[in-house]
Design a binder for this molecule. Sequence first.
Ligand code: ADP
Length: 161
Amino acid sequence: MEITAIYPGTFDPVTNGHIDIIARATKLYHKVIVAVAVNSNKSPLFDITQRVSLLEQVCADFTNVDIIGFDNLLVDCAKQQGANVILRGLRAISDFEYEFQLAGMNRRLSPELETMFLTPAEQYEFISSSMIKEIARLGGDVSGFVADIVADQLINKFNRG
Ligand code: ADP
């Protein structure tokens, strides 16, 4: 059976941690759909078009990755896309409680969809989009944590105020 995984998130912006998870997933699944949540309640720094575009650029070398934006219920989006697996990244125990609750809720909403977790290489375990934005806002160097095009976009955002 060919398994398609959907990897949902805010990706505001995409980090090397996300890319590590995507790279691992490309070897396990037939197809990986990275689903960028519009998430207007989180007031993202980058709008949906920018977040999708950055992901498209950093994932350009993967042949079995698609990037989409979505604004509906994840389980509905997964069904529309023909995904059998919801993929999430787990960094630390602190992620576990929220992820466990989310997986349980998605199972109640759609019992046939399995949630699977991957962990990143240890050098990425401490990276989060929110911390990257904070470092960039304060003028710190984020080049070790995100792709060059993402670092450039962050510098642009904060220089323009
Ligand atoms: P969300 O708002 O849905 O948590 P994020 O963009 O922050 O969206 O994260 C998307 C997914 O990627 C989540 O499963 C999150 O746990 C995972 N993730 C985020 N950063 C990392 C990282 N550094 N390493 C591995 N997984 C990560």
